[in-house]
Design a protein around this ligand. Structure first.
Ligand code: MIC
Ligand code: SF4
Length: 754
C-alpha cells in the first residue's frame, strides 16, 4: 500500500517555497513520475494551479455510490483501477417510537429489518456491481463510511477521495481525504488523474490542554465560528502546534470531519503518537511501525508557510453549541442560555441524538456514558427521547461488551442502527407535527433547516456527545451542565462532574459481526449487473447532449434563489434518498427547498412562457418540453454542504444550462462542470440585484475560455437590457467536458480513440 503512497501531494513541495506545511508534503516510496506536476519549471500556485493527482483509494456511500456506479458502468470499463469500497449506511431509516411497519417496535433491530426490505434492490445492485467491477461491499449494518474508513483504510500520508463531503474525517489519521462528486470518483476508478485546484493552507495552531467538559468537537465548533461556512473554501486546514498531541486520534477525526462545514477541501493533522496508538488498537501495528519511520515527512517543517493562521488555546476553550440552522453560529456554553432567551429559540428540548460519523468513537461514547451514569446514580433519566447511533459495528459491539449500551438503555436511550439515520433525515419522527417550532440537539455536524426531520421549524443545535447527554437529562437548553444543578430522585441537587473517557477500549475492540464482502479477484465471471427498466429506484443513464456550438440565448430564470441554498435545498435528502439511483424520479425534488427571491416562497415560481405559477421541478419540465433553456441565479456559497452530484445532475437533466451565483461551494461547482453545466459567478456581487426572474438571460462568448470572463446579457420584459461580465473557473481540460456535454462523454470520446 505504501508503494502507492500519495507522492502526488509530495510533488507540491517541489514547487512551493520550502519549508512547507504538512499539507504540502507526503512521503513517496519511491515516487512514480509525478502526474500532479505541471510542465517542467512551471510554478504551482496555491489557490490557482490545477493539480492532477493519483488517490490511493475511493470510498462511496450507498446514496451517492449508485450514481457513481451508473456512470462507471456507462464508461464501459471492466474493473476499477484503484482499491474502492461501497458502504451501506445512508439508506437505513431510524425510528424512535413504536411504528406500524416495524410491528410496533422501533430502534436498531426493527429499523434494520425494514431498511433491508425497502432497499433490497439498491443493496443488491451495489453488491453485484461490487463483485463485477472490483469494489468491496460493506453490508448494511456495518456502519458509517467514515468510521469504517478510519478503522480499516486510512493511513498517515495517504491520499483518498470519497463521494461524501465528510470524507476528510480520515485526516484524523493523517490522511489527505477529500470529498468529491461521483463523477470525480469515476475518473479515479477509471485510472485517470484526479483534478483539484491546489488548495491554500490555513494553519490552526493548537496550544494548551483540554480539560473538564471541553472536547475535540469544541475545537471545530470554534473554528467554524471563526471561519464561517465558506471560510475554508479552497483550503486545506492543517492543525499544528503543541496542543495537537493533546487530542485523541478519533478526536482529530471529529475535527477533520466537521471541516466540511466550513467548506474546506480537507483538514489534516500531523502524524503523532495518538495516531500510532489508534493504528495499533485497530490491528495495524505494521502500518504504525512504518509510519514511525516516515514521521519526519508526516509532520510539518519548522517555519512552514501557512496562508492564514488561527490560534486556539485548548486550556481556555469552552464547550460550544452551534446553531440553529447553520453550523457556524457558535456560542460558548456559558453564554448559550442567554442566547436562547434573547433569540427566542424554543428552550424546551424535544430530542437528543448522539453518534454519527462525526462523534461515535469509543472515547465519545464513554464520556457520554459517564455523564449518564452519574445521572442514573442520582435517579435521573433522560427527559426527552435520547438516541445513540454507533458509527460502526465494531463500536457497537465494543460498547455493548463494555456495558455502555446498558447505561444508555437505563437512562432511557434508544440505540439506532449502525447507519446515518436521523443525521441525513432518515428519521421516522412522529412526536412533533411539521411546521411546529421545536428544538433538538445532536452531536452530528450539519443542522440546515429541515435536515434531520424534514421540519423547517425544527431548531437543530450541534455540540459534543457529552453536552448532548447533559441536555437530555435536563430537557432544557438553558441548562449549563458546568454550572447548573439537576434535581435527583431524592430531591437533592446534583452538579454533574466533568465527563471521563478512555481514548481506546482497555480490553481492545470487539469486531462484532463480520459485515464485509470483498470483491472477487476476477469479476469477469460475475453475472452482469441488472437494472430493471421498470424500476423506480434505479435507471441507467442516457448521455447528455453535446454543446450545440452556440451561445446560450434567451434563457428563462427558473428561480432566483435568495439566501442560503445548500445541496439540501437543491436536492433534499430524507424521503428523496430512495431515488438517488433514478435521475428522472429524483429530479422531482430539484430546488424545492430554495426560497424564490421574487415572492419569498419555496417551490413556487412563475413560468415566464405561460405566466403560470407552479413548483420548480414542474416548471423546469415545462420549459424542457417547450425547448426553453433556463438558468438559476443564486447567492453566496451556493451548493454548500453535501457532495451529492444529484444537485448538478438534476438541473442538467431538466434542461438547465447555467447557474449564476455570488459564490460556489467547491464540490458543487466541480459537479456542475462535470455534468456539462456552466457554473458562473458575478464579478460584482451587486449584479445579482440587476437580474429579475422575469428577464431573459443570454451568456455570450461560449465556450468558456480559461481566464477570460463571459458576458451576461439580460433582456427585460419592457425591451430594455443590461450587460455585465461574469467569471468562470474552467481550465482547458474542463472546457472539453462542457463541449462534449459532460466529463463522462469526454471520457468515452478519449477512450474510443485509444
Ligand atoms: C451529508 O452529510 O449531507 C451526506 C448525506 O452524507 C452527504 C452525501 C449525500 O448527500 O449523499 C455528504 O455530506 O456528502
Ligand atoms: Fe452519514 Fe451524517 Fe456522516 Fe453524512 S454526516 S456520512 S449523513 S452520519
Amino acid at each position: 500500500m505504501w508503494a502507492a503512497f500519495s507522492w502526488s501531494l509530495f510533488s507540491l513541495s517541489l514547487s512551493l517555497s520550502l519549508p512547507v506545511s504538512l499539507a504540502a508534503t507526503s512521503p513517496t516510496d519511491p515516487p512514480p513520475p509525478p502526474l500532479s506536476l505541471p510542465p517542467p519549471h512551471q510554478e504551482i500556485e496555491r489557490g490557482a494551479s490545477y493539480l492532477r493527482l493519483r488517490p490511493d483509494r475511493v470510498a462511496m456511500q450507498d446514496a451517492t455510490a449508485q450514481m457513481a456506479m451508473l456512470q462507471f458502468i456507462s464508461s464501459g470499463l471492466p474493473r476499477v483501477a484503484v482499491p474502492s469500497t461501497f458502504h451501506c449506511d445512508h439508506l437505513i431509516e431510524g425510528s424512535t417510537s413504536p411504528q406500524e411497519d416495524r410491528e410496533g417496535g422501533f430502534g436498531a433491530e426493527a429499523d434494520m429489518k425494514v431498511g433491508l426490505k425497502k432497499n433490497k434492490e439498491v443493496f443488491d445492485f451495489l453488491s453485484s456491481a461490487g463483485a463485477k467491477y472490483g469494489v468491496g461491499f460493506w453490508k448494511p449494518g456495518s456502519g458509517i463510511i467514515h468510521q469504517i474508513v478510519l478503522e480499516n483504510y486510512a493511513f498517515p500520508g495517504g491520499l483518498m477521495i470519497g463521494t461524501d463531503s465528510h470524507t476528510p474525517n480520515a485526516g484524523g489519521l493523517g490522511m489527505v481525504a477529500v470529498g468529491v462528486g461521483g463523477a470525480d470518483a469515476v475518473d479515479v476508478m477509471a485510472g485517470l488523474p484526479w483534478e483539484l485546484k491546489c488548495p491554500k493552507v490555513i494553519g490552526v495552531r493548537l496550544t494548551g490542554k483540554m480539560s473538564g467538559w471541553t472536547s475535540p468537537k469544541d475545537v471545530i465548533c470554534k473554528v467554524a465560528g471563526i471561519l464561517t461556512v465558506k471560510g475554508g473554501t479552497g483550503a486545506i486546514v492543517e492543525y499544528f502546534g503543541p496542543g495537537v498531541d493533546e487530542v485523541s486520534c478519533t478526536g482529530m477525526g471529529t475535527i477533520c470531519n466537521m471541516g466540511a462545514e466550513i467548506g474546506a477541501t480537507t483538514s489534516l493533522f500531523p502524524y503523532n503518537s495518538r495516531m500510532r496508538s489508534y493504528l495499533t488498537a485497530t490491528g495495524r501495528e505494521g502500518m504504525g511501525a512504518l509510519a514511525d519511520t516516515f514521521s519526519g515527512i508526516l509532520t510539518p517543517d519548522e517555519g512552514a508557510r501557512y496562508d492564514e493562521v488561527i490560534e486556539i488555546d485548548l486550556s481556555t476553550l469552552e464547550p460550544h453549541v452551534n446553531g440553529p440552522f447553520t453550523p457556524d453560529l457558535a456560542t460558548p456554553i456559558s453564554q448559550f442560555a442567554d442566547a436562547v432567551k434573547r433569540a427566542g429559540w424554543p428552550a424546551e428540548l424535544k430530542a437528543a441524538l448522539i453518534g454519527s460519523c462525526t462523534n461515535s468513537s469509543y472515547e465519545d461514547m464513554q464520556r457520554a456514558a459517564s455523564v449518564a451514569r452519574q445521572a442514573l446514580d442520582a435517579g435521573i433519566k433522560s427527559q426527552v427521547p435520547f438516541m445513540i447511533t454507533p458509527g460502526s459495528e465494531q463500536i457497537r459491539a465494543t460498547i455493548e461488551r463494555d456495558g455502555l449500551l446498558e447505561v444508555f438503555d437505563k437512562a432511557g436511550g434508544t440505540v439506532l442502527a449502525n447507519a446515518c439515520g436521523p443525521c441525513i433525515g432518515q428519521w421516522k419522527r412522529t412526536d412533533v407535527p411539521k411546521g411546529e417550532a421545536n428544538s433538538i440537539v445532536t452531536s452530528y455536524n450539519r443542522n440546515f433547516a429541515a435536515r434531520n426531520d424534514a421540519n423547517p421549524a425544527t431548531h437543530a443545535f450541534v455540540t459534543s456527545p457529552e453536552i448532548v447527554t447533559a441536555f437530555a437529562l435536563a430537557g432544557d437548553l438553558t441548562f449549563n451542565p458546568l454550572a447548573d444543578k439537576l434535581v435527583g430522585a431524592n430531591g437533592e441537587e446534583v452538579l454533574l462532574r466533568p465527563p471521563q473517557g478512555d481514548e481506546l477500549p482497555p480490553r481492545g475492540f470487539d469486531p462484532g459481526v463480520d459485515t464485509f464482502q470483498p470483491a472477487p479477484e476476477d469479476g469477469s465471471k460475475a453475472p452482469p449487473v441488472a437494472v430493471d427498466p421498470a424500476s423506480t429506484r434505479l435507471q441507467l443513464l442516457e448521455p447528455f447532449s453535446a454543446w450545440d456550438g452556440k451561445d446560450l440565448t434567451n434563457a428563462a430564470v427558473l428561480i432566483k434563489a435568495a439566501g442560503k441554498c445548500t445541496t439540501d435545498h437543491i436536492s433534499m435528502a430524507g424521503p428523496w434518498l430512495k431515488f438517488r439511483g433514478h435521475l428522472d424520479n429524483i429530479s422531482n425534488n430539484m430546488l424545492i427547498g430554495a426560497t424564490n427571491a421574487a415572492n419569498g416562497k419555496v417551490n413556487a415560481v412563475i413560468n415566464v412562457d405561460t405566466g403560470v405559477e407552479a413548483g420548480v421541478p414542474d416548471t423546469a419540465r415545462a420549459y424542457k418540453a417547450a425547448g426553453t433553456p433556463w438558468v438559476v441565479v443564486g447567492d453566496e456559497n451556493y451548493g454548500e454542504g453535501s457532495s451529492r452530484e444529484h444537485a448538478a445532475l438534476e438541473p442538467r437533466h431538466l434542461g438547465g444550462r447555467a447557474v449564476i451565483v455570488k459564490s460556489f461551494a467547491r464540490i458543487h461547482e466541480t459537479n456542475l462542470k462535470k455534468q456539462g453545466m456552466l457554473p458562473l459567478t458575478f464579478i460584482d456581487p451587486a449584479d445579482y440585484d440587476k437580474i429579475d426572474s422575469k428577464d431573459r438571460i443570454s451568456i455570450l462568448g461560449l465556450p468558456p475560455v480559461p481566464g477570460t470572463p463571459l458576458t451576461l446579457r439580460g433582456s427585460r420584459p419592457d425591451g430594455s437590457s443590461y450587460e455585465f461580465p461574469v467569471n468562470h473557473t474552467f481550465n482547458d481540460n474542463q472546457v472539453t467536458w462542457f463541449v462534449a456535454g459532460s466529463a463522462l462523454n469526454r471520457m468515452k470520446e478519449v477512450n474510443s480513440t485509444k
